[in-house]
Structure formats: C-alpha cells, structure tokens
Ligand binder design. Structure first.
Ligand code: 26W
Length: 822
C-alpha cells in the first residue's frame, strides 16, 4: 500500500510547504503557531526555503572536490547581498507556492519577507558587484566560492535628524541568521605581530620562522548562493574571528577576570565591524588586520580543498582562479608566498610562478585617496614576515625592470611597491599588479585611464596584462524580483528566457517600442511603481509627492565626485525660474536623493544637510507646490532600493568625467525603463553606445577636457561671474536662504566650489541646465518618452553580470563557459 509521505524537506506543493513551515516553526524555531512572532514565522519560512537548497548545495559542495574543475575564489572585503528570502524563493522557482503556503497560514507574505534584516556587509558599488557576481557564477553553474568577512555589524543604518545623517549601529544578526551555517570544524589560526627569525634547517636550507605576538582563530560561516532555477548552489564562506583560547583560566584563578577574557575581546574585534569608508583609505591597523585575517583563512581553505582533491600545491593555478576585488585582499600575494616558501619550503621562483598564475586583480577606483598604502611602521609591526617578502618581491621585480631600463631611477621609484617619499608606504595597487597575471578595470573608459594614468608605468612594461571587463548587474534581483510587473509584461511577449539569458534575449522587445498598446501597458506599470514609491516616501518622510511628476532620481553613496551638489544647483535654478515667473510652463518634477556618507567625510555629510535644507524650503513653498518637490530618502540600501529603481523616470549619472570607474546603479535604472542624464564617464559611455545617443541625455566635459581644464589653471569663479542663474543659486545658498539666514552652515561647500571646485561642478553647470531642459521637453511627449524607455531596456543586454562573468572566464580565469553555462 503506497504511503505518500509529504516530502517535508523537498516537496514544493503549497500543502507540503505549509507543513514544512509549521514543522520548522515547531522543531527549529521551537514555537507554536499561537505564540509565534512575525520573526518566528520569518525564521520558519526561511528554514523551509533553505531546506530546498540543501540537496543542491551538498551536491555542489561535492562538485568542488571533483577532478579537473577550476574553482573561482572571489576574495572581497565586502559582499552587499541584500535580503535572501525573496531572492531564494525566485531562484528556486517556488515564489507562488511559498506565497500560497504563507497565505494559507494566515500570513502576509510581503510582511514576512520584509521582516528580514538586510546583511549590509558592504559600502556600495564594489560590495554589490560581488553579490551580483555570486548570483551570476551560480546561474552560469560555474563553481565559485566567495571569501569575505562575517562582520557582526555591517554598514550603519542611516537616520535623518534635523536634516543631518545619524549613524545607527547595524545589529543585523541580533535575531539570528537562518541563511548561514557555522562550520566549527573549519577553523584556521592566523598570526599577527611579533618578529621573524632566519634559520637554516637540517638540510641546510635557509628559511625564516615567524614568531607572532598573538594569534586569532578564524571560523567559517557558510551561506548558500542559489542559481536561477538551475539547481546549482555556490558557497559564500565568511570568516568570524575568535580567540584561540576564549577563556584564560590562569588569569581567572588569579582573579584577573578582565584578563581572562581580554584575548577573546581583542580577537573578536577583528571581524566586529565593516569600515564605512567608501573611496577613502583610512589606513587603520584594524583594517589591515581584517584584510590579512580573512585572506589568510581563505588561502588556507583553498589549500585545504586542493589537498582534499588529492592535488598538490603545484596544481593550485589550475584548480583555483583567485580574484582580488580591489586591493583590499591583495596581502594574499605575500601570504601565499609565505605559505609556499616558509611552510612548504618551495623555492622563491617556483612559489612566485604559482602565485602569479593564481591571482587576478580588479581595480575599482582611480581616486588617489582611495588607493590603499600602508605605512611601513604599521606594516612591519603587524606583518613583519610579509614585509620581508614584499621587499624581496619588489627587489626582484625592479631588478627585472633594470635589464631594459637601467639607470632610469625615476621609473624604478615610480614602479616600486615601496613609496619612498616622506613617511614610507607599501603601495598595495603595485603589489597587486606585480603579483597578478591579469589586471582589469571595470569599464572601457576606466580601463583606458588605468593604463594611461595610475598604472601607466606597469602598462608600458607589460600591456598584455591589462584588460577591461565592464561591470554588470544581475537581471534576477534588479528586474525580475524588484520589478515583477514589468518582468511579467516582458515575459508575456518574449517568454522568460531573458531572465537567465538577458544579453541574448532582451533585445526581442525592441520592436514593441513601436506598439502603442505595449507602450500604454508599460506606462501603466511605471505609474503603479511611482505610486508605490510615493506612498513609501510619505510613510518614511511625511512628504507627499505627486506620481504624475517626473521622478528625477539620484541614489548612490554621497561623494563630491558623484556631484549631488550639481544636481542641487539645477534644482535651485529651476526654483528661481518659477519664483520669478510663476506662470511659466515647466515639467513638474520630484527630485529624489538617497545615499550614505562615510561618517568621517565632512563635505559629504554637509551635502546631505544641504539637500534636506533645500527640500524643506521648496516643499513648503506654495509658489512651487505640485511643480517642485525634493526628497531625501533615508537609509538607501539594497532592500529599500526595491521601490526606487523601478519608479524612476530619470536616472542621474552626473559624476565628473574620469572619476566614476563604472557605476552599476546606472545599469539598474536603465534596465527598469528610466532614461539617463549623464556625463561621458564610466559605463555611461557604453550605455549610451548601446541604447543610442538619441536615447540618452548627454552633457558636460569628457575626461580629456576635464584633465585639460584641471591642468590649465581652472578658475571656477569665472563660471560664477558669467552665468547669472549659477551666481544666483550660489548666492542664495551662501546667504543662508536655505538655512534660516545662517550664512555659515554651507559656507564650506560654497568656498570649495568658488575656489577649487575639484570636480568641475561650475564648469559643467550650464551644459547640465541645457540638457535638463531637453529632458523636460521630451517628458511632455509621453509616447516618445515611453518609446525611448523601452528601447533603453531592449538594448541593455550587455550589462548583465552574466556577460561580465563570462568575460572574466575567457579573458582572466581560463574557464570555458559552454552555451552560456560553466
Ligand atoms: C580603502 C577604502 C575604500 C573602500 C572601498 C576604497 C575604495 C573602495 C571601493 C573600490 C569603492 C567602490 O565601491 N568603487 C566602486 O566600484 C564599483 C564596482 O566596480 C564601480 O561601479 C564604481 O564606479 C566605483 O566607484
């Protein structure tokens, strides 16, 4: 007699899922339905979804140990994953069934989903790119391990109090994290400080012993990364630091209770908190400790997997492709050399050969202040053995250069890993470049600028080493999940293949741009998304905005090179135009800003205050009511961005040309039907090429013109004197018009703009104003605007992170991806 046991762990029928949720609530969460809180239900639902990943995960883990495969180890100090639950339900293809099961249990699925605390283990672009790449690795079924740090506190939560940013500690794991599994059996010891002792071993080999001052333990926490409906699951392995000895009985017995646990405190500090600096190197000892900690654990783990696969250390470059996500993990080059030479007695040359063949390095910024360099005293006190190895790497590299460039001291000192100027520094970008087989930038323009500026001497030496891999974003989270109605409309016309084959399928909607019904439905969806955002803005800021206005959106980290203050000058000028001529015809706009400022970045925090100050005055001004609104959306993060990208009409990508390495928000907006106003910077250049210049609002100086003006004695005040709207706007801010007459509050911004203006805000103002008028004019033509919006989406295929990963496989990692799958 056939007994159909409901397959509680694997079954995807709503009844089975319903039972599974109750089971997990009872057996895993230890709660009855009567007493369960929303968080209990969230945990039970999450465990139920996780159960459905387990079988594939274990299968994939076994794959890591299979012969002949090459695993990508993606080393990143940041992974900005965003919430797991909704993405996992999508990728497992059980959204409807899970929502049905939750409703049958009397739950509101959206409420349960939004209960999840976002794992904010990143600052911005770099961290989010790593997360998109993990989704693409797995959807392309490429074996990959993301290695990083399990920060106890991620990026701060942002509150706006009296117009100013207030940072709130991000206690993301206070209610527990159902998506991670701790691996206490997978721990590695990491040494710090101390000194080195050279010695000759019994075979007469010269070697060096590192006697550390202290050690910490790294414990692995694993999170499953599901592919899109392909049963593939990859691994995100994040390290938590713990004391080797968490309790020192001897100290305790002597009554030194603090002493008994201080090791624990020190050790746990290492993975305690994410540094909230974006593009600004703080050069702090703890930061270098964090970097060495996770890199050392990760390298040991790759060697552990290698040995478990029955391979030798010499097989490393064929078994693993290790990618450095910027210089943050680049100490890994010296660490691998140390392990091979000091612990496995490899010769220098063999060790160096293996190291160079294993690492690739991706650069994400050209900003001098963002390029990491560590002072020698700090470096030698924390990592004495690594400094010796870096000296040797440097010495041998420069010796090699001398062969062709003997006597060119200038060149040698420019190339040297050690910056001899003033207080000496270790230049991590130089170590990363010398120690990697391939260096790439993240957009065509950025990779060119990398070749011809920051790393030009290295490029001249070895041009083959430098390639470009333009960034991408995952169409799963950024369209299918966060804009499901638009995704539904697209799938209705071209099927669902575009979700996993975006770059080859999405252009099939191109012809629909000429279809008036399709355009109508398209506009309807945008309007619904704008209404939803307007409701959320009212809820979060108390300001009601009109979804019929043009939603002009700039969301990204606050930074002077991203020029949120240029956007503000346009707003003030527009405001003045209406004030002067209330009857004038303008396209009503709602300006929406969002983004966090690094807590120590004074100007960025002042720009947030200026945005809110201008918003207060304009939103209360009856003369412009209904025609101009300004909003600062608090706590911009992956979770909140769900409502923003899909609701935008205009995407602001207005950085000074040559400063934004790529940008990825620009791609998310364009993929969700926003038109872009932007400069020829980063990936904007390629977006415009793909969508067509006629479907892109281009303005401003290009990177060559910027460099020319900056080296030609730029006079920002000149533009102030010759543009009355600019002058008027500057004067109003300076006069305290937006700060209750307080002339001092925004003076630093005005002084910077009038005297230095390092990011050419003044020089690009009039071109920006003119371009914005074109935007207003076109927006009045609803059909043409919608047509261009559809063409934008249709032509964004190239900006899928799947295409980026396939490029890395062919140009960097030597992994062949067949028919788009690993
Ligand atoms: C040392 C402090 C620090 C921290 C983070 C310096 C630099 C960083 C990151 C490199 C900053 C970052 O996120 N850069 C952004 O990377 C994105 C992904 O490639 C690009 O799209 C953005 O243009 C770039 O600003």
């Amino acid at each position: 007699m056939e007994i159909n046991i409901p397959d509680i762990r694997h079954g995807n029928h709503p009844e089975e899922l319903q039972q599974a949720i109750l089971d997990n609530l009872y057996y895993t969460q230890g709660k009855s339905a009567e007493l369960a809180t929303l968080n209990d239900w969230y945990m039970a639902v999450s465990y139920t979804v996780r159960d459905r990943m387990m079988r594939h995960w274990i299968g994939s883990l076994n794959k890591f140990y299979k012969k002949g495969i090459k695993i990508v180890g993606y080393l990143s100090a940041e992974f900005l994953l965003g919430p797991h639950l909704d993405n996992a339900m999508l990728n497992l293809g059980i959204q409807e069934e899970m929502n049905m099961a939750m409703r049958n249990l009397g739950l509101d699925p959206l409420q349960v989903i939004h209960q999840e605390e976002e794992p904010g283990l990143g600052n911005g672009g770099l961290g989010r790119l790593a997360a998109c790449f993990m989704d693409s690795f797995t959807t392309l079924d490429i074996p990959a391990i993301g290695y990083g740090i399990r920060y106890e506190f991620g990026i701060f939560d942002q509150q706006i109090k009296d117009g100013a940013q207030v940072e709130i500690t991000d206690k993301w794991i206070r209610f527990g994290n159902p998506w991670e599994i701790v691996r206490p059996e997978l721990t590695y010891i990491v040494k710090f400080g101390g000194h080195t002792e050279p010695y000759t071993d019994h075979d007469g080999n010269y070697s060096v012993k590192w006697i550390p001052a202290y050690e910490v333990k790294g414990v692995a926490y694993d999170t499953a990364i599901p592919g899109y409906q392909n049963d593939a699951v990859n691994l995100l392995r994040l390290w938590k630091s713990e004391a080797v000895e968490s309790f020192n009985f001897k100290e305790f017995n002597e009554g030194n209770y603090a002493g008994a646990v201080d090791q624990k405190t020190i050790a746990e500090t290492i993975s305690k908190v994410l540094y909230p600096n974006d593009e600004l190197d703080a050069g702090k000892r703890l930061r270098l400790s964090q970097q060495y900690f996770f890199v050392s654990c990760s390298l040991r783990d790759t060697l552990h997997i290698l040995q478990a696969r029955g391979l030798t250390l010499r097989d490393l470059p064929d078994a693993f492709a290790l990618q450095l996500n910027d210089t943050h993990p680049s100490i890994g080059i010296a660490e691998l050399m140390r392990i091979l030479i000091d612990e496995h007695l490899f010769s220098w040359d063999e060790a160096w050969g293996i190291t160079r063949k294993t690492f690739g390095y991706t650069n994400h910024t050209l900003l001098p202040e963002a390029l990491e360099k560590w002072s020698l005293p700090l470096f030698s006190s924390l990592l004495p053995r690594h400094l010796e190895i870096i000296y040797e790497i440097n010495h041998r590299f420069l010796d090699g250069v001398k062969i062709k460039h003997a006597g060119n001291e200038q060149l040698l000192s420019r190339l040297s890993i050690i910056d001899e100027q003033g207080e000496k520094y270790v230049r991590m970008a130089h170590l990363a470049t010398i120690g990697s087989h391939t260096v790439n930038g993240v957009s065509r323009l950025h990779s060119d600028l990398l070749r011809h500026s920051v790393l030009s001497d290295f490029y001249a030496l070895d041009p083959e080493k430098f390639v470009n891999i333009t960034n991408g974003v995952t169409p799963r989270r950024w369209i299918r999940l966060y804009n499901s109605s638009l995704a539904g409309l697209i799938s209705k016309h071209i099927g669902e293949k575009w979700i996993s084959h975006f770059d080859t399928e999405i252009n099939k909607i191109e012809s629909l741009a000429e279809n008036i019904d399709f355009r109508e439905q398209w506009r309807e969806i945008k309007q619904q998304n704008k209404q939803a955002l307007a409701d959320l803005i009212l809820q979060r800021t108390g300001v009601s905005v009109n979804p019929d206005t043009l939603f002009d959106v700039q969301v990204k980290r606050i930074h002077e090179y991203k020029r949120q203050h240029l956007n503000l000058l346009h707003i003030v000028a527009l405001y003045n135009r209406i004030k002067k001529n209330p009857g004038m015809q303008i396209t009503p706009r709602t300006f929406i800003f969002g983004g966090k400022a690094a807590p120590g970045y004074f100007m960025a925090k002042l720009i947030i205050r200026l945005i809110n100050a201008i918003a207060d005055v304009i939103n209360k001004d009856a003369d412009v009511a209904g025609r101009l609104n300004v909003i600062f959306f608090p706590d911009f993060n992956v979770k909140n961005s769900e409502w923003i990208y899909r609701a935008a009409d205009l995407s602001e990508q207005i950085s000074t040309a040559g400063k934004e390495a790529s940008g990825t928000g620009n791609m998310k907006f364009s993929m969700n039907g926003a038109l872009t106003i932007g400069t020829l910077d980063g990936a904007n250049v390629e977006i415009m090429q793909e969508v067509g210049a006629e479907n892109f609002f281009l303005f401003g100086l290009d990177a060559i013109q910027v460099a020319a003006i900056q080296s030609g004695g730029y006079q920002p005040a000149h533009y102030y004197q010759n543009n009355h709207e600019l002058k008027e706007a500057i004067d109003m801010i300076d006069a305290g018009y937006f700060s209750d007459g307080d002339k001092h509050l925004f003076r630093p911004i005005i002084d910077s703009l009038m005297n230095h203006d390092p990011y050419l805000v003044m020089a690009d103002f009039s071109s920006y104003m003119d371009c914005q008028e074109k935007v207003s004019a076109l927006f009045a033509d609803k059909e043409e605007w919608t047509r261009k919006a559809i063409l934008n989406v249709a032509r964004m295929g190239r900006f899928s992170s799947d295409r980026s990963i396939r490029d890395y496989c062919s140009r960097v990692w030597g992994i062949n991806v067949v028919n788009g799958v690993g």
